[in-house]
Design a binder for this molecule. Sequence first.
Ligand code: UGA
Length: 448
Amino acid sequence: MQKPKISIVGVGYVGLVAAACFADGGFEVIASTNDSEKVRLINLGKSPFFEPGLDDLISRSINSGKLKAVNSRKEAILNTDITFVSVGTPSRGDGSIDLQFIEQSSKEIGESLKLKENYHLVVVRSTVTPGTTQNLVKSTLERYSNKKAGVDFGLCMSPEFLRQGAAVYDTLYPDRLVIGELDAKSGDILEKFYRAYYKQNPALPILRMNLSSAEMVKDVSNAFLATKISFINEIANICEKVPGIDVSQVAKGVGLDKRIGPMFLDAGVGFGGSCFPKDVKALIAFSKSNGYTPNILETIMNVNLKQAEHVKDLLKQNLTNISGKKIAILGLSFKPNTDDMRESPAIKIINSIAPEGAIINAIDPVATENAKKVINHKVNYCVSINECLKDADAAVLVTDWDQFKRLKPKDFAIMKNRLILDGRRVYDSFEFKEAGYKYVGIGLGEEK
Ligand code: UGA
């Protein structure tokens, strides 16, 4: 195989970013999705969702002819050598993982493999619970292709660790790559492709292991990061009880210990997104289905749920009563640089204060339209920060977008009541206090 041709099944964050990056790196890539509107947009050089840097990468790859999007799985599989499967794996009502898209795409890939003479490598990149590739994917591919995995075609599982909002950067500069392999030949082909794509970084660690261990690496990485966040949020709640203690200083002091590390120790209103909540719940369900109750994982989720509701408690402590009070919410997306509202703490905060009669103004640089679809309460969606803050009784910083982080005390002067609730600890508390504001920060013990 000279330069392998790549197909990507599923064009969400993981699939489309990989497709655009691999194409921009000189590989021929076919991205396949059942959604005709997404096919149309991608072939016009546009991303169907907001992700910094992705539009440029797609338009460059479409113009160079290295990337194309298609509706047909068959066209994608028959014309390429390696297929990455990046379809969604949502949560079911009970928290367990819904594998219907994995099963459906495995069936379609199997049907195409049946028509193919050359050896083909299938790589699962979606986040799936351990055992999925070995059991569901392998057996579905074999059944519909009438071929044998490890003999007629190869099979790997290679988890993806990119963050939304930094997806392009994370794909270009990963900390490590993990290859779960059914057999050595499958792993060799994938490692060769990765080494060629990441040739500028020959020292990049590539770990090889079996399929289920690779699946577990992904779940455990997300669960551990979520643990760090819930842990520091719990510490923040303790800090709030002690006058003058500041969780940001504590996290800095703790994080410089190399054994702990400084990242993912930012206390705040809790974690959201399509990954941490879903993956921790999936690991809990998986663990229970195997006869073990994972106490730490369950606590991570409980602490996270309470953390968003804690905003309501802090507002009540400082406003006595929130009924009829105008609350300005700065930020709706689950984190900056994305329009994604999935599991956003903003939803939980609004859901907890709206029923108590708060009048809600909200602003977000890009997520407003998505927010309207998932927030059922009455919210005045503002187009300027001034409109959002005007006559407010309290301002709550929920998402640490740069344009909100840059705000100074004078920018809040049009509020009726000078209460700032910093849900991400981005403001200088002294600066705000000196300017006559009541500054309440997550994890900051109030000086008596
Ligand atoms: C996360 C992981 O970081 C990625 O490695 C992984 O590939 C991805 O899930 C996935 O499984 O696809 P993502 O959800 O995009 O990425 O975003 P993060 O930057 O991890 O943030 C998640 C949530 O945690 C956000 O709501 C963020 O505000 C919150 N967070 C993060 C904190 O509250 N404190 C922190 O210190 C860090």
